[in-house]
Structures are given as C-alpha cells and as structure tokens.
Write a protein that binds this ligand. Structure first.
Ligand code: ADP
Ligand code: G6P
Length: 467
C-alpha cells in the first residue's frame, strides 16, 4: 500500500495535546494510517542564513515526524507576514485587517521552496502526498519543478471567500494558478467550493469539465467539498475515561446551582469573542432571572501573539469580561470565567458534558471542530444545546443546532436564552440528529473520501514548472 505523506506548517506529536483544528484532526488520521508528517519544527533560528539545516526525523508511534527549522526572517515574512497577515484575514473576509506588505510574498515563496527542497529527497515514487492549508498553497508547484510526479492533494482548512474578496490580494491569480499543480483540491464547505468554481470560471477562464473537474494552465484539477470531522469514537472514549469523568464531576459539583455555558477557542478575531461577550451581556441585561443562575466559562488559547490584530482582540476581550463581571457580578457569582490558556485535551470532554450550552459563534470559520466535540461529549439522556454561528462551515451540516448571526447581538442573546430554557425532549431530538451527522461524517470519512478521490484524480500533464 502507498505511504501517506502529510505536509503542513504546524505539526504535532500525535501522542500530545494541540490547539488548532488542523493538528488535532491530522494527529488522529496519522495515528491510524501511519506514514510521514513533514512540517515546521516550531523553532525559530535567530541567526540569518541558517534555514538550510538538516531535516530532523523522529518516530512518534506509527508516524515518522520530519521537521525543519525556520530563520527569524523567513518565519516573520512567511508565517506572520504572508500567511497570517494577508491570507488568514482575507480568506476570513477581513480585508480591513490585511497587511499587504510587498516583502512578505518573497518570504512565502522562499519557505515553500525550502519545504519542497527538503521534502523531495525523502519521497518515494508511489507516495501519496497530502498538503494542508493556506501556508503551503504553492508547494505542489515547487515539488513539480523539482521533478516530483507523485499524486498530490491539497486541503484548505479555512474558508475560501468569493472572487471579489479574493481579488483584493495582490498576486491572487498566482495563488490560484499554483493550485493547478495539485491533482485534487479540497474545501471545507459547498460554499467554499462554489467560490472556487466561480473564481476559476470568471478569473482564470478555466474550462468546466463537469463533476468538479477543471482544465486550465495545461493541467486538469479535480475540486470538491470534504467537510472535516472529529474522531467521534475517540472523543466519546475520552468522555468516559477517568479524567473525563473526574472533570465532569468536578464541574457539576462546582456549578450545582447554576447552568453552565462554555466557549473554547483559539484567541482569534475570526472567532467573534467580543461579539459573543456582548450577546451574553445582552442576555443578562434583558433576563434578570439569569443572574446568579448562569455562568459562562470562556477558554481562549493564546495564538499568533506577534500579529497586532491578535493583541488588539485580547485587550478588547479582557475589557469586556471585566466590565460584565463588574456590572453584573455578585459577591458569590461571577457571570464570566475567562481563561487565557490551552486546556489539556483529556479535560475538555468533561467540561463540555457539564455545560448546558456551547457558544460557537465565529464571525467566519472554515469548519469549527469545537462544535462537533461538544456534541460528541453530551449525555444522550440529558444533552446540552449548541448555539452555532451560521458563518461557521459546520453550519452547513449541523442544521439542528440553534443557528445565529453573531453580528446580531439581540438575536444571539435570544437564541442563548432559548437554549438555556429548551425542554429535555427537544434537546434530545436535536442532539440525536446532530450526533448522527458527526458520526457519519467523522474524521475517518473525511480522510477516506479525500484520499479515495485523490487515488482516482490525475492531471493529464505533470512536471510543468510554471510559477
Ligand atoms: P481552529 O482550527 O481555528 O483553532 P477548530 O474549532 O476547528 O478551530 O479547532 C480547534 C481545536 O483546538 C479543537 O480540537 C479544540 O478542542 C482545540 N482547542 C481550541 N482552543 C483550545 C483551548 N483553549 N484549550 C484546549 N484545546 C483547544
Ligand atoms: C487553524 C489553521 C491551522 C493552524 C491552526 C493553529 O486551524 O487552519 O493551519 O495550524 O489554526 O494556528 P497556528 O498559527 O498556531 O498554527
């Protein structure tokens, strides 16, 4: 059987905790399939000109981890600059936060070339290569330029915006052209996939071959939607494991007189945390019976703190939490418990299960795995309610959640109120339907359906270095 080689910027030891959907999902996939995971070590070299060091190889269970270091200059231009200062905000529809510094793209290209140069010698002819996310869009083109003819697939974990938004990126046509070096490009939702189709039809004048196949730049590319899922069985197992149970009992004891609401996110402006807090404040202002009877636990893990938009959101969130507690709190009741940290993965299921409501209200999100984890952790006989943004990719699948527009403070507050009061029978009916969906479309389905399509998809030409 062909070996699976996954390539992503962020990699994680599959045996340890990670915050971020990509690393969590791929750790689960690779634990099952085995193979190699190639990416950045997380280490930054302060001396210039050091990026050409050796690949570090390490066996982690069934997975071989292969990592490279980055110089400060490369890291800042490629990771902070182009990936997280241009692509992340624009792909999340936030043109106002994009920093189109002309110098970043050279660093982005340089690191993609470095990845290709270091990865190519490790590859076998029949490897299946699966490149992940916006950091590495041109990687296949760089590999092809080095003569790699293997099947290469690409999956975008974040949203793809409509062509008019994408076109704000200087060099957007270069990025999309680079996608045609892959044999298969996967997106999280039907909406993202249709934005891609609109773009290649109108901007790249690609020929529509039907069934998601496109011809352009002398290549044929298959594209489709492959919504990512979680490992439901593993998560249910964690819920029932001693640490999961202990956390659940502890939370139940601590909040025995109160209904718990929970939010778990990376601290990212796309997650809509200030909007969420304003909706919670509105709930408290409009519904005095919630005072002393509802507590929101918000856990926000530190993320990309060297990008200024991230420190701005941190201050805004802290100030909102402080003012809610200041205005509504009592001597024996804090409405919001906010923690700026990553929680051990084994403790999350107990926290989710003890919560009556989950607030998953991003302004824009590729999928959102927290929504699915919350569903998996519930007690089917007394489940909690998911309040979910209609702008999360997950909303295309999780129709039985309470869908909200996070920009609408009053509407979101009403939905949270409804969730807190929802009768048991309705909670059970909704939860059953949601559980069925996440079980059917779990992480193994995601992986198998993408890789099965990749095994069939083959561009008619290969090895064309056109970048
Ligand atoms: P993103 O990939 O944008 O971070 P997702 O919701 O898709 O968003 O995935 C986040 C993953 O990281 C989930 O598996 C979640 O459990 C984990 N995670 C997020 N925030 C935290 C946190 N504060 N502590 C522990 N795990 C977290
Ligand atoms: C999202 C992205 C991933 C990224 C993760 C954590 O899930 O899609 O590519 O790894 O956020 O962000 P970080 O910048 O810490 O890798």
């Amino acid at each position: 059987m062909a070996r699976l080689v996954v390539v992503s910027n962020r990699i994680a030891d599959p045996r340890k905790t990670a915050a971020g959907g990509l690393a969590v999902a791929l750790a689960e996939v690779l634990n099952n399939t085995g193979g190699m995971w190639f990416g950045w070590s997380g280490k930054i070299l302060e001396q210039p000109g050091e990026s050409d060091g050796d690949v570090k190889l390490q066996q982690a269970g069934a997975v071989k981890l292969a990592t490279i270091d980055l110089t400060r200059e490369d890291h800042d231009a490629y990771y902070l600059g182009y990936s997280n200062g241009v692509l992340w905000p624009v792909f999340h529809y936030r043109l106002d936060l994009a920093d189109f510094d002309a110098g970043y793209i050279a660093g982005y290209r340089r690191v993609n070339q470095l990845f290709a140069r270091k990865l190519a010698p490790l590859l076998k002819d029949d490897d299946i290569i699966w490149v992940q996310d916006y950091h590495l869009i041109p990687l296949a083109a760089e590999l092809r330029a080095l003569g790699c003819n293997q099947r290469i697939g690409f999956f975008l974990h974040i949203p793809l915006p409509p062509p008019l938004i994408l076109a704000a990126i200087p060099g957007h046509d270069w990025l999309i052209r680079a996608l045609f070096a892959y044999d298969l490009a996967g997106f999280q939702s039907k909406a993202d996939h249709s934005h891609f189709s609109e773009y290649v039809r109108s901007e790249a004048h690609a020929q529509d071959l039907g069934e998601g196949r496109w011809r352009a730049f002398n290549r044929t590319l298959q594209a489709g939607a492959y919504p990512i899922g979680i490992d439901v069985e593993e998560f249910v197992g964690l819920t029932e494991a001693p640490e999961g149970r202990e956390m659940y009992e502890r939370m139940k004891r601590e909040y025995s007189r109160r209904k718990l609401l929970v939010g778990v996110d990376r601290l990212d402006y796309s997650k809509g945390l200030p909007h969420r807090m304003r909706a919670f404040r509105e709930l408290l202002a409009r519904n005095p019976e919630t005072h002393n009877s509802a507590t929101l636990i918000q856990i926000a893990s530190p993320s990309r703190e060297d990008v200024s938009a991230y420190s701005d959101i941190l201050h805004e969130l802290e100030s909102l939490c402080g003012s809610i507690n200041g205005n509504f709190g009592e001597l024996d009741w804090m409405p919001v418990r906010y923690m700026h940290r990553t929680v051990a993965r084994a403790r999350l299921p107990g926290l989710y299960r003890a919560s009556r409501v989950a607030l998953v209200t991003p302004l824009r999100d590729g999928m959102n795995l927290v929504a699915k984890e919350f569903i998996a952790a519930q007690d089917p006989e007394n489940p909690g309610v998911l309040v979910l943004s209609r702008f999360a990719g997950a909303a295309e699948q999780l129709r039985e959640a309470l869908l909200v527009n996070p920009y609408d403070t009053e509407g979101t507050a009403s939905a949270i109120h409804l969730a807190l009061q929802m009768p048991l029978e309705e909670r059970k009916t909704r939860h059953q339907a949601l559980m069925k969906t996440i079980q059917k479309y779990d992480v193994h389905w995601w992986c198998a359906s993408f890789l099965d399509t990749l095994a069939q998809a083959r561009s008619e030409e290969s090895g064309t270095p056109w970048l």
